[in-house]
Design a protein around this ligand. Structure first.
Ligand SMILES: Nc1ncnc2c1ncn2[C@@H]1O[C@H](COP(=O)(O)OP(=O)(O)OP(=O)(O)O)[C@@H](O)[C@H]1O
Length: 237
């Protein structure tokens, strides 16, 4: 579903933010991307979703190149950044309909998905209110609901658990598992190692733009905990 082959990106200062990053996410897999602050997670994510160009390598979404076929790739995915900018002067429901319009989602499907996900995240009764009146967590929930509106094949989430209360975090984990059980794929970054260890099929650990470890969760953590392996790799490499 998503394949990165030796992807390199530098910013204007010529320092490589990501260096030869390669990994693959298959249909039905949850993939956790972990690394310290400034490791290159957001840069990789922005390259995957077509926001950042990159000098070398290739990124394929469902076998299509994000460089050569960006529209087809973007139709397949939904991306939620770590600090989503929503249109504050719209109500929640107006925003969700706006996103549904962009992706040409028909009335029946959008109504069903809006109802289903807003109920799951318990913001059904707030959808008529202006986004400017929402708390940080409510905005995060609205952004997450918008990601499911067009039933994407690939969900790309940058730090999706930040700002969510424990109940909403639990709900999101359940929704992520359900989404992948139905054949979707998820690529997400996180600093919450317990969550990664619990829900991910595969994990990559990145440091200073290079992938230090990559494989199934069991392969990456071996006999230890993910936290131990992470600390070891980050301190020693
Ligand atoms: N717009 C930019 N211009 C120049 N350098 C940048 C830019 N964005 C990121 N970088 C640099 O690229 C490297 C990777 O940053 P990135 O934001 O990808 O890290 P991250 O792993 O997402 O970090 P965090 O966990 O703090 O969000 C860092 O050295 C950062 O300073």
């Amino acid at each position: 579903m998503l394949k990165l082959i030796n992807v390199c990106k530098s910013y204007k200062n010529n320092k490589k933010a990501i260096d030869n990053v390669s990994f693959e996410i298959n249909k039905g897999e949850i993939f956790g991307f972990i690394g310290h602050n400034g490791a290159g997670k957001t840069t990789t994510i922005k390259a995957v979703v077509g926001i950042h160009d990159f000098e070398d390598g290739e990124i394929l979404i469902n076998s299509k190149s994000i460089k050569k076929d960006p529209i087809e790739c973007k139709k397949q995915l939904a991306y939620i950044p770590d600090n989503p900018d929503l249109y504050e002067s719209l109500t929640g429901i107006q925003y969700l309909n706006f996103i549904a319009n962009i992706f040409n989602v028909d009335k029946k499907d959008r109504e069903y998905r809006i109802k289903y996900y807003s109920k799951q995240f318990e913001i059904e009764k707030d959808l008529g209110d202006l986004i400017s009146s929402y708390s940080h967590g409510m905005k995060q929930k609205l952004a997450l609901i918008s990601a499911f509106i067009h039933n994407p094949n690939l969900l790309v989430l940058d730090e999706p658990f930040v700002g969510l209360d424990p109940k909403a975090s639990f709900t999101l984990k359940e929704i992520m598992k359900d989404f992948c059980d139905k054949g979707g794929s998820i690529f997400f970054s996180t600093h919450v190692l317990e969550v990664a260890e619990k829900i991910c099929d595969k994990i990559a650990i990145i440091k200073e733009g290079r992938v230090l470890s990559y494989g199934t969760t069991d392969e990456v953590k071996g006999d230890g905990s993910l936290e131990n392996i992470f600390m070891e790799l980050i301190d020693n490499e």
